[in-house]
Design a protein around this ligand. Sequence first.
Ligand SMILES: [Zn+2]
Ligand SMILES: [Zn+2]
Length: 261
Amino acid sequence: MLTDDIGVFTEKGGTIAFHFSKDGITVIDAQFPDTAPHLIAELKKRNGHVFRLLINTHHHLDHTSGNIAFKDVVSRVLAHENSLANQKNVAIANKNEDKQYYPNNTFGNVWEEKAGNERFALHYFGAGHTNGDAMIHLQHANIVHMGDLVFNRRHPFVDRSAGANIQSWINVLDTAMKKFNNKTKFIYGHAADGYDVTGPKDDVQAFSDYLANVLKFVSDEIKNGKTKDEILKATEIPGSLQWKGDGIQRPLEAAFEELST
Ligand SMILES: [Zn+2]
Ligand SMILES: [Zn+2]
């Protein structure tokens, strides 16, 4: 629990957040079909209220494939309009539309609603990790679920097939840091081993700096005449050495493609 009525669930995949109120339970993200039922059972045990709303931060499988477990539990699913379109495209390509529980409420730039004493504000500031990432601000508690807009000290997936853009992602994070304040607590979709899935604005700034360092490094390497294959052999991002481990090729390749078009 982060507060008396807000908590996170981290079994596998994207971090889930939940909120209890007299109007019912709100859940942000759904992980996978095999883990979502564990969360649902636990929430039912802890809180007798009904489920009022499921929100998806974006369409990726580790955030939405568990939606189906909520089908008989909650009647409203909310996401950015591009997240719904992306989820449909992927499901049609994978021929598993029957395993989806799609958002039936979508928004463009902002969506606000109350639940008990809490006010939820969903914001869309442009393309980042995909072209449909929502930030969900629980205004009273001053907690923001950033979805996969922040990978805490972990190399991110940059989904160019779904409209991701690293430069725009940096702008989105800068907008968020102006919008929210120094007391805001952030929830991240993913974190490296040993790092937390929640934290202060410093983490958001560090990740924004990381993305800028990725672009600068790849841009410099291109200017130095390096090929894509040579650039992808890098094992660290200068200026952001806290980012270690697997997956460095994903942002490097995305940056290369972004800078080459
Ligand atoms: Zn994720
Ligand atoms: Zn994702």
